[in-house]
Ligand binder design. Structure first.
Ligand code: UD1
Ligand code: CA
Length: 454
C-alpha cells in the first residue's frame, strides 16, 4: 500500500516579519519545509505533495523536483489546502499523512509508530495530539468515553472546551478513499469562515468509521510562527544533532555551546570545544580537537588534527595538522597532513602539501606549495596585480625567509631559499638562494654628526 504526504505550506507567515517565505526559513541547516519533507520520506512516504500559495515560486525553486506541488491560490483553510493536495493524488489508494511545512520537529520514528497503529486498527483517521499546559490557539481534542469525538478550534470552543489541554498537532494519517469522501462534505460554517480539515473527524465518525488519536510529546508538534519560535525550534534540532554525535562517540565539552547542522559528520573521540560551529557538508575525522571558537563550513578534516579559534570554508585539511589560533582558510584550499598553519595566517585557493610550516602572519593566495616548506614570519604571496590573479609555485623543501614578497606569477624551485625581506619577481632555481633587497649601508657616527649640525 502506498503512503503519501501532503505538506501544508501555503500560508503567509505574517508574524515572521521576513521577506523569506516561512517554509524556507532555515533551522539547523535546512529549510523548515525541507525538514518536514525529509522526515516524511524517512517515514516511508512514496511521494510528498507540498501545498504552496504565498511565495510559491520561491518554494518551488528551493525544493525543485524532489516533491510534487499543489497550488492553493486563496488560503481558505486547512481543509481547502488538503483538497488541493488531494487533487495531485488523482485516483490513488492507500494512506496519506498531512503535515505542516512550519512544524519540523516531528520525528520519522513517531510517524512510523502512528502509521503502524493506524494500519493495525484499520482506521479512517489517526490524529497526532499532545498535552500542553497552555493550549491557547490550538484546536482542542474533545473526547467522549475516552475516545476522540471531534476537534474544536479555539475560536469555536465553549468555555468548558477551552479548558481541555490535549491539543491537535494538525498532523494526521488518513485513508485516502475515506478522506476524499469526507472532504466532499466539508463546509466553512464556523467562526473563521474557513474549511477546517479538523471537521473531517466528525464526518468520518458519523459515517461509522474508526478514528483514533496518537498522543506524542508537545515538543514534536511545535510550529514556527515568528523568529522566537524559529530560534526555539533551531535549538531543539541542534540539540538532537549534538546528542547524536555524542552517542556516536564524539566528546562535547558543553553541548549548549556548539552549533552543528544536520549533514555534519564527526569521528570518534574528537573533542568539540565551546564556540564551535560546524556547517554544511563538513566531515571531521577521529581524535581531532576542534575549538574553542572555530567555524568550519563544508570542510573535510583528517584524523588527529587540531583547529583552534579559526575559520575554514570549502576546504580540506589533512591529518595530524595544527591550525590556529586565528587562522583563516578560504575556499578552494587543500592543506595536507602534518602541516602547521599558525596564528594570523590566511590561505586562499591554495594547496599546502604535507609537513609544511606556515607559522605566523602570512598570506598565501592562489599558490601551490610543496612538502617540507618553511615560511618565515610575514610572508606575502602577491597574487593580485590590480587586474588579474596569478598563481605561484613553491616546490618541495624550500625555505622562504621572513617578510618575503612573492610577486606572482613566480616559481621557487625545490630546495631554494629566499633571503629575509626579499621581493621575489623572477624564478628562483633549485637549491639556490635568492636575495632581492638592497644591501645594508652603515653611516657611522650619523646620530652624533646630526646633533652637531643643529
Ligand atoms: C490548525 C488546526 C488546529 C491545530 C493547529 C496546530 C485547523 C482548522 N486547525 O490551526 O486544530 O491545533 O493547526 O498548529 O486545521 N495553511 C495552508 N492553507 C490554508 C490554511 C493553512 O496552507 O488555507 C497552512 C499554514 O501555512 C500552516 C498550517 O496550514 O502551515 C496551519 O495553518 P494555521 O492557519 O496556522 O492553522 P491554525 O489556526 O494554527
Ligand atoms: Ca498555526
Amino acid at each position: 500500500m502506498s503512503l503519501y504526504s501532503i505538506i501544508l505550506a501555503a500560508g503567509e507567515g505574517k508574524r515572521m516579519k521576513s521577506s523569506i517565505a516561512k517554509p524556507l526559513q532555515q533551522a539547523a541547516g535546512k529549510a523548515l519545509v525541507e525538514w518536514v519533507a525529509d522526515t516524511a520520506k524517512e517515514a516511508g512516504s512514496d511521494e510528498n505533495i507540498v501545498v504552496i500559495g504565498h511565495k510559491a515560486e520561491d518554494i518551488k525553486a528551493y525544493l525543485g523536483g524532489s516533491v510534487k506541488y499543489a497550488y492553493q491560490l486563496q488560503q481558505l483553510g486547512t481543509g481547502h489546502a488538503v483538497m488541493q493536495g488531494m487533487e495531485q493524488l488523482g485516483g490513488a489508494q492507500g494512506t496519506v499523512m498531512v503535515l505542516y511545512g512550519d512544524s519540523p520537529l516531528i520525528e520519522a520514528e513517531t510517524l512510523k509508530k502512528v502509521k503502524a497503529e493506524h494500519d493495525e486498527n484499520g482506521r479512517a483517521a489517526t490524529v497526532i495530539t499532545a498535552h500542553v499546559d497552555d493550549p491557547y490557539g490550538y484546536g482542542r481534542i474533545v473526547r467522549e468515553d475516552g475516545k476522540i469525538a471531534r476537534i474544536v478550534e479555539q475560536k469555536d470552543a465553549t468555555d468548558a472546551e477551552k479548558q481541555i489541554n490535549e491539543v491537535n498537532s494538525g498532523m494526521y494519517f488518513f485513508d485516502i478513499e475515506k478522506l476524499r469522501s469526507a472532504l466532499g462534505r466539508l463546509n466553512n460554517d464556523n467562526a473563521q469562515g474557513e474549511y477546517y480539515i479538523t471537521d473531517v473527524i466528525e464526518i468520518m465518525l458519523s459515517d461509522g468509521e474508526s478514528v483514533g488519536a496518537f498522543v506524542t510529546d508537545f515538543e514534536q508538534i511545535l510550529g514556527v510562527n515568528d523568529k522566537l519560535q524559529l530560534a526555539q525550534v533551531g535549538k531543539i534540532l541542534n540539540r538532537r544533532k549534538v546528542e547524536e554525535l555524542m552517542l556516536g562517540g564524539v566528546t562535547v565539552i558543553d553541548p549548549d555551546k556548539i552549533h552543528v547542522t544536520t549533514n555534519v559528520k564527526v569521528g570518534r573521540d574528537t573533542v568539540l570545544y565551546p564556540g564551535t560551529i560546524l556547517e554544511g557538508d563538513t566531515v571531521i575525522g577521529e581524535n581531532c580537537v576542534i575549538g574553542s571558537d572555530t567555524s568550519l563550513n563544508n570542510c573535510k578534516v583528517g584524523d588527529n588534527t587540531h583547529i583552534l579559534k579559526s575559520v575554514a570554508i570549502d576546504s580540506e585539511i589533512g591529518a595530524n595538522t595544527n591550525v590556529g589560533p586565528f587562522a583563516y582558510i578560504r575556499p578552494g584550499s587543500k592543506v595536507g597532513s602534518s602541516v602547521k598553519i599558525g596564528d594570523f595566517v590566511e590561505i586562499k585557493n591554495s594547496t599546502i602539501d604535507d609537513d609544511t610550516k606556515v607559522a605566523h602572519l602570512t598570506y598565501i593566495g592562489d599558490a601551490d606549495v610543496g612538502k617540507r616548506v618553511n615560511f618565515g614570519c610575514g610572508t606575502v604571496v602577491v597574487n593580485y596585480d590590480g587586474e588579474h590573479k596569478h598563481r605561484t609555485t613553491i616546490e618541495d623543501d624550500c625555505f622562504i625567509g621572513c617578510n618575503t614578497n612573492l610577486v606572482s606569477p613566480v616559481v621557487v624551485r625545490h630546495g631554494a631559499y629566499t633571503a629575509a625581506g626579499s621581493t621575489i619577481t623572477d624564478e628562483v632555481p633549485a637549491e639556490s638562494l635568492a636575495i632581492a633587497r638592497s644591501k645594508q649601508v652603515v653611516k657611522e657616527q650619523w646620530t652624533i654628526n646630526r646633533k652637531k649640525d643643529k
